[in-house]
Ligand binder design. Structure first.
Ligand SMILES: O=C(O)CCC(=O)C(=O)O
Length: 235
C-alpha cells in the first residue's frame, strides 16, 4: 500500500459495541489522563511523542504508562498490529522503549463558538524526526499516522487536510497556519470504529467543531515507522 500526497486509507475496524466498551475503559482510567494545553478540556491517555519528547519525558512516561495501556487495551493493540501487518505486507510490532498508541480526549459543553478554526491547529507530523533522530540515514519509507475514532461528539468528527507538503512548507517559510487560513482544505469525515491512515505529511488538523457541540471526542492515535525489523507502532 502506497501512502503519499493527500492519501487517506480508511477501513472498518471495530464495532460500535467494541468502541462503547473501549470508551468505558478510557473513562475508568481518568486518574491517568493528563490535561494538556488547548481548548475543549484537551487531555491524553498515554505518552505522545509530539507532546512529550521535547520535555524529555518520553522514555520515562512510556515506561510508566505502557503496562497499564497494554493490560487494558492489549486486545485492541493486537488488532492494530495485525491490521498494519496485513496492510503493509510486513510485520508490524511494538517495542517497550516506545509509547503504545494512546488516546486524544476532548469534552465539549455546548458553548463552542463559531470561532473554531482548524487552520489554527494545522500541523505536520514531524515528530518521527525527534523519536528517530538518525532518520535521515536510516529512512526506509514515509512514516504513517493513524486515527481510530472511538467516540464522537454531537457534530461528528473529521480530519481537515490541505494541499501542502513538507517541500512547500519550506517554500512558504514555515508559515503553515497562514497558508491554512488562506487556502482551501478538504474534509475527511470520520466514523466511529473506522481506522484512518495517512503519512502525516500533508498539512492537517482535527476537523471543525460546530457551534453548540456537546459530548466527548475520543480517538486512538498512533504512528508506524519502518525499521529493519518491520513497522514499529508507537505514539
Ligand atoms: O484528531 C484528529 O482527527 C487528528 C489528529 C492529528 O492531527 C494528529 O494526531 O496528528
Amino acid at each position: 500500500m502506497e501512502f503519499g500526497p493527500d492519501i487517506v486509507r480508511e477501513d472498518d475496524f471495530l464495532t460500535p459495541e467494541e468502541c462503547a466498551q473501549i470508551s468505558q475503559q478510557v473513562l475508568k482510567l481518568e486518574p491517568h489522563w493528563e490535561a494538556r494545553l488547548g481548548p475543549y478540556h484537551f487531555a491524553t491517555l498515554g505518552c505522545a511523542a509530539y507532546l512529550d519528547v521535547d520535555e524529555n519525558h518520553y522514555q520515562e512516561k512510556s515506561t510508566s504508562l505502557n503496562p497499564l495501556l497494554r493490560q487494558t487495551f492489549g486486545h485492541v493493540y493486537e488488532r492494530v498490529r495485525l491490521y498494519f501487518t496485513q496492510l503493509l505486507q510486513e510485520t508490524a510490532y511494538y517495542d517497550e522503549a516506545y509509547s503504545y498508541p494512546g488516546f486524544h480526549l476532548f469534552q465539549f459543553e455546548g458553548h463552542e463558538s463559531a470561532s473554531d478554526h482548524p487552520a489554527e491547529r494545522s500541523h505536520f507530523d514531524y515528530q518521527f524526526a525527534k523519536i528517530f533522530p538518525d532518520f535521515a540515514s536510516t529512512y526506509l519509507a514515509p512514516p504513517l499516522t493513524f486515527t481510530l475514532p472511538i467516540q464522537e461528539p454531537s457534530c461528528g468528527s473529521s480530519l481537515e487536510m490541505w494541499d501542502l507538503r513538507p517541500e512547500g512548507h519550506a517554500r512558504i517559510n514555515y508559515e503553515h497556519k497562514e497558508y491554512a487560513r488562506t487556502h482551501p482544505s478538504r474534509t475527511v469525515h470520520y466514523a466511529v470504529g473506522r481506522i484512518f491512515t495517512h503519512d502525516g505529511l500533508n498539512l492537517h488538523a482535527m476537523g471543525r467543531i460546530a457551534p453548540g457541540t456537546v459530548g466527548r471526542r475520543i480517538t486512538l492515535q498512533g504512528h508506524a515507522y519502518k525499521t529493519q525489523r518491520g513497522w514499529l507502532l508507537y505514539w
